[in-house]
Design a protein around this ligand. Structure first.
Ligand code: ADP
Ligand code: MG
Length: 375
């Protein structure tokens, strides 16, 4: 595919209209681009800031056609875009990211195989597509372990933590019907992530390593710089850069990793798009992950990702919206981002707060002072 330079004034098409699409659009609009978004939901977060909203299912050929008719370049904000839509847009529009990374990252087994092929460490795992494979996997990997659906899981959905045979009961009815993988449970010190961006011209840039704290499997907060040694920081950054090259990345790749209690870094999973753990970059870096993504797909030069100040990013879930609004008078040190979603359901990602400090510890203390979160 011939690479193009997409200039401000031209239209960027985004497949998916959630918060990631919205924040891509906000960055792009600052630079003077126009935005078309395709999403099944009318008035979705991205549609609220877009020039054109195409309301269609992700596999609707008419929707894909409309997108091709108005976009000069197309990108996506999530990994489960329908294959036929991606194929159509590759042929009839300009989708510089291609479809290969979507194919790899939407299936955990494909993804793990690709990470291993790139020579990077992953925790031991085995495919579980049948009852026999489950038995073989338990024999080999044992307990504690975690059974994960290979497709469609996020925020811990589709996962069963297994401490003994008894814990299998819940998952057993699904084994053989839907493909799983069994992973060894890794005792870890920390969860970290690195976001890497590669442009259509092959220029690469990497964001500072983020330390991620999950609650109930949902990202609760991110701290940057991650509180890890310099050698681990270099190792994690090199893993992300290496994976970007090995996968011939165009666009953005988020690489989630574990720092094991054995002191080693393991790659957990990846996402071929901007990521929740990179939201800190909007307020804390010279260039945000969203602006860098737009630069990458439009063929512009990438910009500096330097961290300007230590930072905490805290997710605002459905249950936090009212407490945050109640404390709005106290938010002088916090940058508020809300995504324009109407229903504040428990656990739903509604927005985030970013708080800077002279040190990570100071940022944490400022966040705790709000009295909404115990960090
Ligand atoms: P997703 O984010 O797609 O739901 P993950 O594979 O990232 O799936 O798992 C969610 C969380 O569960 C991780 O962030 C981590 O806290 C925990 N987890 C997942 N796999 C393992 C593992 N093998 N060992 C220890 N913890 C794990
Ligand atoms: Mg994850």
């Amino acid at each position: 595919m011939k690479q193009k330079t997409i200039l401000p004034g031209q239209t960027i098409g985004i497949l998916g209209g959630g918060q990631l699409g919205r924040m891509m659009a906000i960055s792009a609009k600052q630079m003077g681009y126009r935005i078309a978004v395709l999403d099944p939901v009318d008035d979705c977060p991205c549609a609220q800031v877009a020039d054109v909203a195409i309301v269609a299912d992700y596999d609707d050929p008419e929707g894909a056609k409309k997108m091709a008719a108005c976009a000069d370049v197309v990108t996506y904000e999530f990994e489960n875009v329908a294959v036929q839509t991606v194929d159509y847009l590759q042929e009839h529009s300009y989708l510089p990211q291609g479809g290969h990374l979507l194919e790899i990252t939407k299936d955990r087994l494909n993804e793990k195989a690709a990470i291993r092929e790139a020579g990077l460490p992953v925790v031991p795992y085995m495919p579980v597509r049948t009852q026999d494979e489950l038995k073989a996997a338990i024999d080999e990997i044992g307990f504690p372990s975690v059974l994960k659906t290979t497709q469609g899981g996020y925020d811990g959905k589709g996962q069963y933590v297994l401490n003994s045979e008894e814990d299998l009961q819940e998952a057993l009815p699904y084994v053989g019907k839907t493909p799983f993988e069994l992973e060894k449970w890794l005792p870890f010190e920390k969860e970290i992530s690195v976001i890497v961006v590669r442009s259509t011209a092959g220029e690469t840039s990497v964001f500072p390593v983020a330390e991620n704290i999950h609650r109930h499997n949902i990202l609760h907060h991110t701290l940057v710089p991650a509180r890890i040694s310099e050698s681990l920081r270099i190792e994690a950054t090199e893993h992300a850069l290496h994976l970007a090259e090995a996968l011939e990345l165009v666009g953005t790749l988020a690489v989630e990793m574990f720092v094991g209690t054995d002191g080693k870094v393991y790659v957990n999973e990846t996402a071929p798009r901007p990521h929740n753990s990179g939201h800190f970059s909007i307020n804390a870096c010279e260039t945000s992950q969203f602006e860098q993504h737009i630069r990458a797909i439009c063929g512009l030069p990438l910009s500096s990702t330097q961290l300007l100040k230590p930072v905490i990013m805290i997710n605002i879930l459905g249950e936090h919206v009212q407490p945050v609004l109640d404390k709005i008078a106290l938010l002088s040190e916090a940058h508020l981002h809300l995504y324009g979603k109407d229903e504040a359901k428990t656990g739903r990602k509604m927005g985030h707060l970013t708080i800077l400090g002279e040190t990570v510890q100071e940022a944490i203390e400022r966040a705790e002072k709000l009295g909404i979160w115990k960090i």
